[in-house]
Structure formats: structure tokens, C-alpha cells
Design a protein around this ligand. Structure first.
Ligand code: BGC
Length: 251
């Protein structure tokens, strides 16, 4: 069977990445393109890069669906927050801005929500029917809460206030790097974070993604939780794959 490909684009703090995705198998069907994120990451500047990426895949994509992730709350195509991107994204009509640049409709989704859907369908949480909490440890902390395969979007659990502080300011991977924390000093912060999540959500499974997931053997086995906590398996492909899956379903 030949599946129409969908294009996934993942907007991150340092790079904007895109690839065509075979939505039946949940993997790239082309190489990934990466363009550095413009220094001023405004909607207009980012939309120009997104247009270049779409242009590169235009022939193979045809009129196939396009899904775009963004590290912000997204409700009905409008971005509602901007923790680690240009403040002009707050209340920006993101889907309309992209659509106007591209001359076609797109779907916009929170980055962690896209990654979470990909991990539940094709990655570390495939087959898990209970409550899955996917977190991404990167510049910030992203979260995706999924129950029986259904996503509750925009949970933003990186911004839980724990011990009087915004959780991602203590436990994101970028904080480990900025404060030059050894794993011995970083693990207690992760323990505090995940035990709080467990108390509030009682997930059946935690999945941990983001750049640090490749070193997960250095910290995940140390965490003491009731639920299993496992590394993401789709790694930096999850956002692109999830965005493409969601866009294909919306069509
Ligand atoms: C943002 C989230 C995003 C996460 C990971 C947080 O700072 O508020 O929307 O999912 O970072 O990029």
C-alpha cells in the first residue's frame, strides 16, 4: 500500500527541522532538513524558514498534510505562551501566520504533545493503555499526558511550581549544563520533579525524552518511583513524527 506522506516540522530553540513521515510506520521517509532558528525567533522570521523547508519537500509532499510543533501552549492554532521563544508568540495566530506564508493550511501543536503522541503510537509507550506521562528534558521541560491513546493537550507540567520554583528552572537539561551539575547533583532534582508528578497524576508509565535521553542509563535507574520510567525511543525524531501524525489525522 502506498501512503500519502505527511510533513512534520519541529521548531526548536536552535534549529527548525523537517522531514516527510510515513504515517503508517511512524518514521521518516526522507532525510531530515535542519535550518538554524533565526536569532530573533518572531512568527514572521520562523514562518520564512518553515516556507523554505516546505519548499524542499514540495514535490514529494504534493497537497499532503503539514504539522508544525512549537514550544508553546497552542489552542485552536493560536500560541498562548512563550517560555523559551520570542515573546511575540504570545497570542499570535500561529496557524494563520504559517498558512499565509505557505498558501495552504497547516496544523500547529505543542512540541511535547507531538513527541508524546509519537512515543505512544510508535515509541517507548507503544501498547500502553493506561496513563502515560511523557516529559522532555531540554531547554525547558515539556509534558504530554495521554490516557488510552488520547492526548490531553497543553499540560505544561514543566511549569509546575515545586518548592517555590518553576520546575524547569531546576530540572531542565539546560539547567544541568548551565550550572555544570554532575549527575549526582542533578538526580535529586529529577527525583523531586518526578515524585511530584507521580503524586499528582499516578501514571502507569513515565517516558523521558529530550537530548539527555541518550544518557538515560546515568539517571533513570536511580529514580525511585512506583511507575516504570523509561527513555524515549524516537529521540529527536519524535516531534516531527508526532506533528505529521496529528496533521494527517486532522485532514
Ligand atoms: C514550554 C512548553 C514546551 C517545553 C519544551 C516549556 O518552557 O512552556 O510549551 O513544551 O518548554 O519545549
Amino acid at each position: 500500500m502506498h501512503n500519502t506522506p505527511a510533513l512534520g516540522i519541529d521548531i526548536g530553540g536552535s534549529g527548525i527541522k523537517g522531514a516527510l513521515v510515513d504515517t503508517a510506520v511512524g518514521d521518516f521517509s526522507t532525510d531530515r532538513i535542519r535550518i538554524p532558528t533565526p536569532a530573533k525567533s518572531t512568527p514572521k522570521n520562523i514562518a520564512e524558514v518553515v516556507s523554505d523547508i516546505v519548499g524542499s519537500f514540495a514535490a514529494e509532499l504534493g497537497d499532503g498534510p503539514i504539522g508544525i510543533t512549537i514550544p508553546a501552549v497552542v489552542t485552536h492554532g493560536i500560541t498562548r505562551s512563550a517560555a523559551n521563544i520570542d515573546p511575540s508568540w504570545v497570542d499570535a495566530p500561529a496557524a494563520d501566520v504559517f498558512s499565509e506564508h505557505l498558501g495552504r493550511s497547516v496544523m500547529v501543536v505543542n512540541d511535547a504533545d507531538a513527541a508524546g503522541i509519537a512515543e505512544v503510537r510508535f515509541g517507548a509507550a507503544a501498547g500502553e493503555q493506561g496513563v502515560v506521562l511523557v516529559t522532555t528534558l531540554g531547554t525547558g521541560i515539556g509534558s504530554a499526558l495521554i490516557y488510552r491513546g488520547i492526548l490531553v493537550p497543553n499540560t505544561e507540567l514543566g511549569h509546575l511550581e515545586i518548592d517555590g520554583k518553576d520546575a524547569e528552572k531546576r530540572a531542565a537539561a539546560s539547567v544541568k549544563a548551565a550550572e555544570k551539575l554532575s549527575y549526582a547533583r542533578y538526580i535529586p532534582r529529577l527525583q523531586r520533579y518526578y515524585e511530584t508528578l507521580e503524586k499528582l497524576f499516578s501514571p502507569d508509565l513515565f517516558v523521558v525524552g529530550g537530548g539527555v535521553s541518550k544518557d538515560s542509563h546515568k539517571f533513570l535507574p536511580q529514580l525511585k518511583l512506583r511507575a516504570p520510567i523509561v527513555p524515549a525511543t524516537l529521540r529527536n525524531r519524535a516531534g516531527i513524527i508526532g506533528a505529521a501524525l496529528l496533521a494527517a489525522e486532522e485532514n
